[in-house]
Design a protein around this ligand. Structure first.
Ligand SMILES: O=P(O)(O)OC[C@H]1O[C@@H](O)[C@H](O)[C@@H](O)[C@@H]1O
Length: 377
């Protein structure tokens, strides 16, 4: 492990010492932070490129090593039934949550500079968006998959700095309770300045302007000191029956595909069925399966193995990283210039209430906050 400040220096020294030009292969495995903003990331990449070619650089995003994330392409690719529904004709919205119970822990120096936007959104959350929204290539090769992910980023509608407050909610945790234990507010954490305006929660509404996703909002949210640890993707299908049943007592829930990534690995499809014990009332039912986790390799084990065997499928290509920084840049600037409120939220909650507003504006809600809180971590 070495400090990110030395990434470029080490790469250059590998080159200058001649170590990089011996026979055989060389690979650079590198993990975030990959720059602090667009310019510094480009600068770092430029320096690394002097010593390593793009196909020799393996940028780890450990979310891409998680088995359920790797399973996303198979779910879609190997199930024509899902593949045929994976577009704006059938999907109403996509919700991606990565909530954590941990706070800043012992990483004040890094985290207070990075914030949730760089720590989780620029990399992990956008990678989950890419993996969910990418159009399946004809061949499942590393080159083609990464190409499809890049296309998603190229179609991601950019948000102007002045409009950031319309699509992004930022928050910072207050004191509260996590699993029954009191915890302090962010600005009372060791080594955090009492006036820090750093974000520990971010929710966002994204639009992907291509023929598959036009008109389908993608909502993402991630935060520290939230009620539970849960990483999940919920795909809400269009509910044509809602209008049909509008004037009756009966409500019909939309079909949902729920992909739990962490700490449980589970896929569930919510359908509707009549309950004959309740006078034929239509109720949601679930078809689900849990992935066998025992003995499965950890995300990092998987990724390091892939890097050694020259498989870059689940590593971030420079283009993905650069486009992610490009999308994030106006948001960083709006945060820095305080162009939007920093909402406090109690530790142990689901984040600031304002994060619900993003969905309510479009007639939706976050699914299952309470249900997933009750599942044992
Ligand atoms: O969801 P996971 O695998 O526990 O990873 C979350 C962690 O991901 C890391 O990349 C972030 O720096 C941490 O702040 C975060 O806690």
């Amino acid at each position: 492990m070495f400090k990110p400040d030395f990434f470029d220096l080490i790469a250059l020294n590998i080159k200058e010492s001649g170590l990089g030009s011996t026979k055989g292969w060389k690979r650079l495995i590198i993990e975030k932070p990959f720059g602090h903003d667009l310019t510094s990331a480009q600068d770092l990449n430029e320096k690394l490129s002097q010593a390593f070619k793009e196909d020799e650089i393996y940028r780890i995003d450990h979310y891409l090593g998680k088995s359920m994330v790797q399973n996303l392409e198979a779910l879609e690719f190997a199930n024509p039934i899902l593949q045929s529904l994976w577009n704006n004709q059938h999907i109403a919205n996509v919700q991606i949550t990565a909530s954590e119970t941990v706070g800043v822990e012992k990483r004040a120096d890094y985290y207070d500079q990075a914030g949730e936007i760089r720590d989780m959104v620029q990399n992990h959350m956008l990678q989950l968006v890419m993996m969910t929204a990418m159009h399946l290539p004809k061949k499942l090769s590393s080159h083609e998959i990464r190409d499809e992910k890049r296309k998603v980023m190229e179609s991601l509608r950019s948000i102007k700095k002045e409009d950031v407050d319309l699509h992004i909610i930022r928050g910072q945790y207050d004191a509260g309770e996590i699993h029954g234990q009191p915890v302090v507010k962010y600005t009372d954490e060791p080594k955090i300045d009492s006036s820090s305006q750093n974000d520990t929660f971010v929710a966002a509404r994204l639009w992907i302007d291509n023929s598959f996703w036009n008109g389908v909002p993608f909502y993402i949210r991630t935060g520290k000191r939230m009620k539970d640890k849960s990483t999940r993707i919920v795909i809400e299908f269009k509910n044509y029956l809602k209008d049909l049943y509008k004037n009756q007592d009966e409500t019909v829930e939309p079909n949902l595909l729920i992909i739990e990534i962490n700490p449980h690995e589970n896929v569930a499809l919510q359908l509707n069925s009549k309950n004959s014990l309740k006078n034929g009332k239509i109720e949601p039912v679930r078809v689900e399966f849990a992935a066998e986790q025992k003995g499965a390799p950890e995300a990092y084990e998987r990724l390091i193995f892939d890097a050694l065997t020259n498989d870059s499928t689940f590593f971030a290509h420079w283009k993905e990283v650069e486009l992610a920084w490009e999308w994030i840049q106006p948001i960083l600037e709006a945060f820095e210039e305080n162009l939007l409120p920093l909402y406090p939220y109690s530790s142990g909650s689901h984040g600031p209430d304002e994060a619900n507003r993003l969905l309510e504006e479009d007639g939706f809600k976050w699914w299952f906050d309470e249900e997933y809180s009750e599942r044992k971590n």
